[in-house]
Design a protein around this ligand. Structure first.
Ligand code: ZN
Ligand code: ZN
Length: 825
């Protein structure tokens, strides 16, 4: 018999699929659609096992849904702007475009070797002018809608990358890309006004029933909505009022100090009046050089400096010390936070450290707090107010409302909703990105580049010297232009856009990738999108997934799309580990997909990675596991070719009642497997258990290796086995399909359905017990009732022998399981 030779059959089918455009997709409003999408990769040049896992999961869904009768969109592309291309240019003198396109070519080849069902005609590359033209167009749309603006801001600066970072890109005070510490710098930068959508981005998380709770919680925390009171404290020494924000208005009678951010606008005025300007300035400078993350971390040491100036609590007229601290941030609330030591742990520590007074304003219901006995703040949100004027005696909830009412009535405060989410800083002082399409005119100010002049192309006469200016600024030809409004000499914006903008809308472009008149046609985008199943890593929970939701909502409001959430269902796959840790070059534990495919074939690589762990869990690489997957495919190959003759002569309709008992058992295993695999894929993404059921089915077929097998059943079993295995191992199933059935591609067949009748067990084994002890086993029809079970038990020779001469007290029957005869004497 011919050996299973994946190297030969995989190449053959990949070529054929491409020639015959098996995976080409067209919108067809008459058919239900399914949009399966894996997060597109950055073109680093080589696929890693994480990619293999990501794409294999998506490919199973795309192929399965196709077989279920859906019109499936399954595209692939490249998130191809970004720093590594530029670093390669700096280090090796290659052009970023050349570096990028050659990496893309290499990765496409590797993706094609995996046998993925992508419609390659829809491929999108974000660095291509035909794509970034529309990224720029969308920037202009945001600008026209008042959602893009430039302002001078204290920004996160990574010196190693030579660029600013969005808040979302600073992780534990470090750059998300290179891990260097991030500093603050004052620069004029472009922002997208994502805060305008904070409320709806939060509220609509409820719509995302098909998203992991964990991701939704991360977004909720990132958006960080709080309801509270903003009120002002009079500061006679400075002749002004200071606004403060609190989410605990019920505690205002316990305020003993006011903590200001080092960046607070009153710091200069305070220095002047305090008589210790130098000391304060030195402290402020030190604080401003520490990262935001350090300042807000619960572990970091809270520090402050007493300014010696006081303000007045408007609720009770008491004096409140003004401190400048390291833990308040300028852009959260008002940059001034009330200090209530008795009810806040941080304030307690701070007040204890610096000897600031404490006042108890909340007493628990079951015991009485005394300041001199307390060693920490009382932070339970339950109790009765004390020392709080007319609010004394109320519970927290009533006091909150009453206190906010009072502030509003007396005109020194207002209810306010506050968000942790900041506007999205999108300008980068880097070359390899989409240029921001704005011209600065000495007369007209900021002017958008007219639509007909898009795209603003990247210049290639640039120098890659690092600094706070983008390399684009070094191209005279790029910088100097005429104002589109008045014709005067003007200059171009030289910053490029954060690449997360490019990836915030690529899934929409796939629906109409070659459109050169608009980013996508309305009918096409509304037919295909939103994405039905999105698959990617958990690391994108906030950045990419939040930005994409924001983009979709803006496009919805602008009337470009009919839906307002981009991804209906989200699957976050686990990592691929080796020896317990993530594969990485530095750990030397990388297994290259190319090598595995060269040795065993893509079907083995795919099958192993889908079988080795549930999709959302981490997967431990195992060489034996890969060997096992390869051996299994070899078994499938041999047994189906062994029955080739029977499969070819068997009819599609055959007499099931003529099957032997063993054959009926095989047919039951087949139909049970179809039911299980269908439900595992469709309802649970349990690809690992689906594969293991298919393996059991193959074991069941092997029991006929040396026996006669009914040709009709052989045909039915071979057909359904190939159909079920096709989404997992597309090449071997296609090859066997062409040899055994020869009717079109296995990937264009209908998914098998199961026969309820076939699931029923004909005969079951019944355990015979006497006084609870097992004394024998008999086979009975599965439908046998209690009377029939009892009769059969009593007729059993061994039972008769053991009960002879005794009195039967009781017979207990458990249908399909056992008969227990209770005897006496
Ligand atoms: Zn960096
Ligand atoms: Zn002008």
């Amino acid at each position: 018999m011919e050996r299973y030779n994946p190297q030969e059959i995989e190449k053959k089918w990949q070529k054929k699929w491409e020639e015959e455009q098996v995976y080409k997709t067209e919108a067809d409003p008459a058919r239900p659609k399914y949009y399966a999408l894996e997060m597109f990769p950055y073109p680093s040049g080589n696929l890693h096992m994480g990619h293999v896992r990501n794409y294999s999961i998506g490919d199973v869904m795309a192929r399965y849904k196709t077989m279920e009768g859906y019109n499936v969109l399954h595209p692939m592309g490249f998130d191809s702007f970004g720093m590594p291309a530029e670093n390669a240019a700096i280090k090796h003198g290659v052009k970023p475009a050349d570096w990028t396109y050659s990496n893309i070519e290499n990765m496409e080849r590797q993706q094609k070797e995996m046998g993925l069902s992508y419609d390659w005609e829809r491929e999108v590359k974000t660095c291509d002018p035909s794509y970034y033209k529309w990224t720029q167009w969308l920037f202009e749309l945001f600008y026209k809608r008042g959602l893009a603006y430039k302002k001078k801001a204290s920004v996160n600066w990574c010196d190693t990358c030579g660029t600013v970072l969005a808040n979302e890109q600073v992780i534990d005070g470090k750059c998300w890309r290179c891990d260097s510490p991030v500093e603050k710098k004052d620069l004029s930068q472009w922002f997208l006004k994502i805060t305008d959508y904070a409320d709806v981005l939060l509220k609509d998380l409820d719509k995302l029933k098909g998203w992991p709770e964990r991701v939704k919680t991360m977004q909720e925390n990132w958006i960080g909505r709080s309801e509270g009171l903003e009120f002002s404290l009079d500061c006679p020494a400075l002749g002004t009022k200071i606004a403060a924000y609190t989410t605990r208005p019920d505690t205002v009678y316990g305020i003993t100090f006011l903590a200001l951010a080092a960046e607070h606008p009153l710091v200069d005025a305070i220095c002047e009046k305090s008589g210790k300007a130098e000391e304060i300035r030195a402290f402020v400078k030190r604080v401003r050089n520490t990262s935001e993350m350090e300042r807000t971390s619960s572990e970091s040491e809270k520090e402050g400096i007493n300014t010696g100036i006081v303000c007045v609590n408007p609720f009770n007229g008491k004096e409140v010390q003004i401190w400048i601290t390291n833990y308040v941030l300028a852009d959260y609330g008002t940059g001034a936070v009330i200090g209530v030591p008795s009810e806040d742990s941080r304030d307690w520590m701070f007040a204890t450290k610096y000897g600031i007074p404490k006042i108890i304003t909340l007493q628990p219901r079951d015991h009485e707090l005394k300041l001199e006995e307390m060693t920490e703040a009382y932070t339970d949100k339950d109790g009765v107010l004390v020392n709080s004027a007319e609010f004394t005696g109320l519970d927290i909830k009533a006091a909150m409302q009453g206190i906010m009412d009072k502030a509003e009535k007396e005109g020194f405060g207002k209810r306010r909703v506050n968000f942790r989410l900041r506007d999205w800083l999108i300008s980068r002082q880097r070359y390899w990105g989409a240029p921001i399409p704005v011209i600065n005119c000495p007369h007209c100010g900021e002017v958008l580049v007219p639509e007909e002049d898009l795209p603003v192309l990247l210049p290639d006469d640039v120098s890659f010297e690092q600094g706070s200016l983008s390399p684009l600024a070094s191209s005279e030809r790029f910088v100097h232009c005429k104002c589109p409004k008045c014709g005067a000499d003007a200059t171009r914006e030289t910053d490029t856009m954060d690449t997360f903008i490019c990836s915030s809308w690529y899934y929409l472009r796939y629906t109409d990738p070659k459109n050169d008149r608009e980013p996508f046609a309305k009918d096409k985008v509304n037919y295909w999108a939103p994405v039905d199943q999105y698959i990617g890593g958990i690391e994108h929970a906030i950045l990419h997934l939040l930005y994409s939701r924001f983009f979709t909502k803006v496009l919805h409001d602008a009337g470009l799309v009919d839906f307002d959430e981009p991804f209906t269902n989200l699957l976050t796959q686990g990592m691929v580990l080796k020896d317990g840790s993530k594969m990485s070059k530095s750990k030397g534990n990388v297994v290259s997909p190319e090598e595995i495919i060269a040795k065993y074939g893509a079907d083995t690589a795919r099958l192993f990675i889908l079988f080795a762990a549930p999709v959302d869990r981490d997967l431990e690489w195992s060489d034996q596991g890969v060997e096992g997957a390869y051996r299994f495919l070899g078994r499938v190959w041999r047994i189906l070719l062994h029955f080739e003759q029977a499969v070819k002569t068997g009819g599609d309709a055959y007499d099931v009642s003529a099957l032997t008992k063993e054959e009926k058992d095989l047919r039951r295993v087949l139909h049970t497997t179809i039911k299980k695999v269908t439900e595992d894929i469709r309802d649970r993404f349990m690809f690992n258990t689906a594969v293991s059921s298919v393996m059991e089915l193959v074991n069941a077929i092997y029991t006929f290796q040396d026996k006669e097998l009914n040709a009709g059943l052989a045909r039915e079993t071979a057909r359904d086995l190939l159909l079920m295995l096709a989404p997992f191992a597309p090449h071997i199933t296609e090859e066997l399909w062409s040899r055994l059935f020869a009717a079109g591609s296995v990937h264009q067949q209908k998914w098998p359905s199961y026969d309820e009748e076939a699931l029923k067990v004909d005969e079951v084994e019944i355990v015979l017990q006497i006084n609870g002890k097992v004394r024998g086993r008999i086979m009975l029809p599965a439908g046998a009732d209690r009377a029939a079970m009892e009769q059969a038990a009593k007729e059993n020779a061994r039972v008769q022998e053991l009960t002879a001469g005794k009195t039967i007290v009781k017979v207990i029957c458990v249908p399909k399981k056992l008969v227990n005869i209770v005897v006496k004497g």
